[in-house]
Design a protein around this ligand. Structure first.
Ligand code: HEC
Ligand code: HEC
Length: 479
């Protein structure tokens, strides 16, 4: 049961945090600190900033790795019988109690009912191995969400005798079952978080946050719109959260939505939110890892100029006097897969309204402008694959669109890195998922013909000469 229950555990989280980036808000339901003007989907627009709570990054890290913001999990009694302690390389500093011996992506804590449980935490999606080393804040790009996760956690019941523990496990399994049909991705590595959030909102009363086994809103489509988990270090520059700039106002409150898996009252949500000002401060304090290989400084200097002419207007400037325009590009201008910024629109109104009228909407709000944020490119060397859906394995392919593979696979080994193309080594394939009978191989194929998986658009590198492209790539290594 080990492997399967781990995978299972990782799943519910997506829901949690997902909270929503894929759901365009109607301006009429806009609430909270940010009162941006309504969407203009035909022109690039600059996303305005909003005041953030002050917070202490050190306390934020402590809360992130020790607190029980998810609200439920697998009872420790069962967990400790099913799983060995984590190896040193998987553990984090600054942890308390049983969390000291757990891997970075799970936390042990006491539920309101007084039962100690183990639950996945933010780092199950927001930390990853790179060159064999754990990087906190880097998006996880090898998680497997292709399975139905709900079945296995209930096996832990076998280890339990106390009724209070059984009740906790039943709650956890119940929540997993509610979200499971909405979390299945086509390929390993992409994340269903945005979809799951919609399911969790649908099961909650917006005023009390009470859980209802019968959904109170229509559930979203089961087809998952895939997302590549973004790195946290961008939040020091970004005025809004999420690829579509949907998360406005108090970012800490939006992050608190990770509690929608199991936190069933406003009072408890508020006590969690009390430390999310600190969590936000920690997230915004994270710096990208430095490029670990040699850099050709002369070539990078040339690339800096090429970047200034071709890329800076959207991605900003770096170095001594950095600037970042916080630009949202209409789908038509950037041309990347439109599903995330528009595909969920049929349900968008309801979920966005739910959020904005709930506890979360008190100080933050969701909205979407049907476009994609041009992200800061700090630490971009570390964040392959590229684009919001992770459809392009290297920067070289991103900047020369006719070289992007239609079907590709990779080893999912964090050392299998290509320092020339800047990204993952990959193998282009002749055929897509539908032609692959072996399920284990099929889920390792990134198939850009699937809904939401297209590798189109962002053709801004196509006009560059080969020399200029190589120079820009060298420059990107320095960011
Ligand atoms: C199940 C995976 C998962 C978990 C768990 C998770 N997140 Fe996320 N997170 C995502 C995904 C996916 C996105 C991107 C969604 C989008 O933009 O459409 C995201 C986006 C974000 C962003 C915005 C980044 C940006 O550049 O816009 C922040 C900040 C964030 N998450 C913080 C957190 C915090 C804090 C927690 C825990 C309380 C958490 N997340 C838990 C998957 C997860
Ligand atoms: C007109 C605005 C614009 C220009 C010009 C532009 N980009 Fe982008 N870029 C974007 C947007 C918007 C995205 C996000 C698209 C998405 O994820 O769907 C993006 C994404 C990227 C990404 C992927 C980020 C990630 O995390 O996956 C890289 C790398 C990048 N751009 C590099 C460049 C380089 C290098 C240039 C210049 C040759 C350039 N861009 C020019 C708007 C622009």
């Amino acid at each position: 049961m080990r492997v399967s229950s781990l995978a299972l555990l990782a799943l519910p989280f997506a829901a949690i945090v997902a909270n929503c980036s894929s759901m365009p808000a109607s301006p009429a339901s806009d609430a909270g600190a940010d009162s941006a003007t309504p969407a203009d989907t035909t022109h690039p627009m600059s996303i305005a900033g909003s005041t953030q709570r002050s917070g202490d990054p050190t306390k934020g890290y402590d809360a992130l790795v020790n607190e029980g913001y998810v609200g439920c999990g697998m009872p420790w009694t069962a967990w400790s019988k099913a799983f060995a302690s984590a190896p040193e390389s998987q553990r984090l500093p600054g942890r308390r109690g049983h969390s000291e011996q757990l891997a970075y992506n799970v936390t042990a804590f006491k539920t309101p009912a007084g039962v100690e449980v183990v639950s996945p935490n933010c780092l199950s999606c927001h930390a990853a191995m790179l060159q064999g080393k754990l990087v906190v804040g880097l998006g996880n790009t090898d998680q497997d969400y292709t399975n139905d996760p709900a079945a296995n956690a209930s096996l832990a019941m076998f280890f339990l005798t106390e009724q209070a523990e059984k009740d906790e496990l039943n709650k956890f399994v119940g929540r997993l079952k509610a979200v499971a049909p909405y979390t299945r991705t086509e390929t390993i590595g992409v994340n269903p978080a945005d979809n799951v959030a919609a399911v969790l909102f649908a099961h909650r009363d917006r005023k009390t946050l009470a859980w209802s086994d019968t959904p109170l809103l229509a559930l979203p489509p089961k087809v998952v719109v895939p997302v590549d988990v973004p790195p946290w270090w961008r939040m020091s520059k970004k005025n809004a959260m999420f690829y579509t700039a949907a998360g406005r106002g108090d970012h800490g409150r939006i992050m608190t939505a990770a509690s929608t898996l199991c936190v069933d009252s406003v009072d408890i949500a508020r006590s969690i939110d009390a430390y999310f000002g600190d969590v936000r401060a920690y997230v915004a304090s994270i710096k990208p890892p430095k490029y670990p290989f040699a850099i050709d400084e002369a070539l990078a200097a040339k690339g800096r100029n090429v970047f200034g002419y071709n890329c800076s207007r959207c991605h900003g400037t770096y170095g001594d006097a950095p600037s970042y325009p916080n630009l949202l590009l209409p789908i038509a201008d950037v041309g990347t897969d439109p599903a995330l910024a528009s595909g969920a629109a049929q349900f968008a109104g309801e979920y966005v309204t739910w959020f904005n009228e709930s506890f979360f909407g008190e100080t933050s709000n969701l909205r979407s402008e049907n476009g994609y944020y041009a992200p800061p490119l700090d630490g971009i060397w570390a964040t392959a694959p590229f684009l919001h859906n992770g459809s392009v394995p290297t920067i070289a392919a991103l900047l020369e669109s006719n070289t992007r593979p239609k079907y590709w696979t990779r080893t999912f080994d964090s050392s299998d890195y290509n320092a020339v193309a800047l990204g993952w080594n990959f193998t282009a394939l002749e055929n897509g998922q539908d032609a692959e009978p072996d399920p284990a191989k099929r889920i390792r194929i990134y198939d850009t013909t699937k809904l939401g998986y297209a590798a189109t658009g962002h053709t801004f590198g196509d006009a560059l000469s080969a020399g200029d492209r190589t120079a820009v790539i060298e420059y990107l290594k320095t960011l």
